[in-house]
Ligand binder design. Sequence first.
Ligand code: PLP
Length: 446
Amino acid sequence: MIAKFTSRRAPIYDDIPDEKWNNWRWQLSHRLNTVEEIEKVFKLTDSERKALATQNLFRVDITPYFISLIDPDNPNDPIRKQVVPTATEMVPFTAMMEDSLAEDKHSPVPGLVHRYPDRVLMLVTTQCATYCRYCTRSRIVGDPSATFSRDEFEQQIEYLKNTPQVRDVLLSGGDPLVLAPKILEEILRRLREIPHIEIIRIGSRVPVFLPMRVTSELTEMLEKYHPLWLNIHVNHPNEISEELAEATDKLAKAGIPLGNQSVLMAGINDCSHIQRDLVQKLVRIRVRPYYLYQADLVEGAGHFRTPVAKGIEIIEALRGHTSGYAVPQFIVDAPGGGGKIPLQPNYLLSSSDHKIVLRNYEGYITTYEEPSEYQHHNPKTCAYCQNKRPEPGQSGIAGLLDGEQMFIKPEGFDLLHERGGIQHRLKDDAKWQPLGIGSGKSEKDS
Ligand SMILES: *Cc1c(COP(=O)(O)O)cnc(C)c1O
């Protein structure tokens, strides 16, 4: 049984027949973006009016369905703040960047961001059903002239065909689910023709902005391209409506595992009680909270930023206090392009050579006695260690533990430390035994 949630329609839409209201094409073509249109739903503040009258602001467009979820009498409504611009968007801040995650630098071909060893982010459109004021990709999103061409799509497919380490493709944009159904299907079909692509993921806010888009035709099409995963984006419990619950039910019934990625934002969801309500409602509609992001250093979104400690506080309030399934990982996406870095409260208080001291969510402090005898895992007799896939130069800290290297050095380290001194034993590579415990290398390779 589907959980019961509310369904709302702003009074100006009272006379719209259901066939129109529930038609995603009607919703898209009746999006609101001007002072005059939005004022028919609620009275704008001076700051909002000023922003809407400004040229070159990040694109505004709000579906009639989504604007109906806003409380017209509350200028601080958490949904309103996500989609209605204010003059604070024009205020610059320290460390503000246009492309704070250095995505463009990581793009071997236009629209493909290859940051991690085994997976890529594939931007398939710059269009969305509604535009989030804090968009991390506002440098390209919203501009119909910046959308990806057929030629660029072919380049993306060509790169993926030639890059066998990629086993996971994450479709994003923009929002892949606003693409014409035939185009989306072609993308999925072309990806499925590449044998090394094991899973496809879609990142979409369409179920939230335009739940009527999740039709049976759409889910029947998506089902053909399993294994397919989908992450939605909900930031506040008020976004969880009857319509969204029906959309996630259809997607779940099509066998698509659902996750949620949200952004921690000042004045919207920077409260552990709001977050607890949000994650509990999400699991009721079969959506597993996946990531809670620290707001990026993106132009136009400085007023949404919270201290990082707020995210730690929220995880503290969730872990142990609610279902583990409802607890997302709190993530700082590294400025400059280092990728996602998870943060959480400390649960390890201390340790000795045979014991660790831990605390739980209640402040209960316990000890865990380590085994006194441990037969180390033997990579030489482990088929997985012997046949492991070579990491394409991104093995990182795990590579240190796995015996691939003994150290990682900052850029220029060797030059800086070249004092013309005597030969150090570490300089003689032949004398370094990579075979430490954990090394997968066999005796004959070394
Ligand atoms: C977020 C992201 C991914 C996916 O990361 P997961 O942690 O696997 O969900 C992949 N590529 C890029 C560039 C990303 O930003």
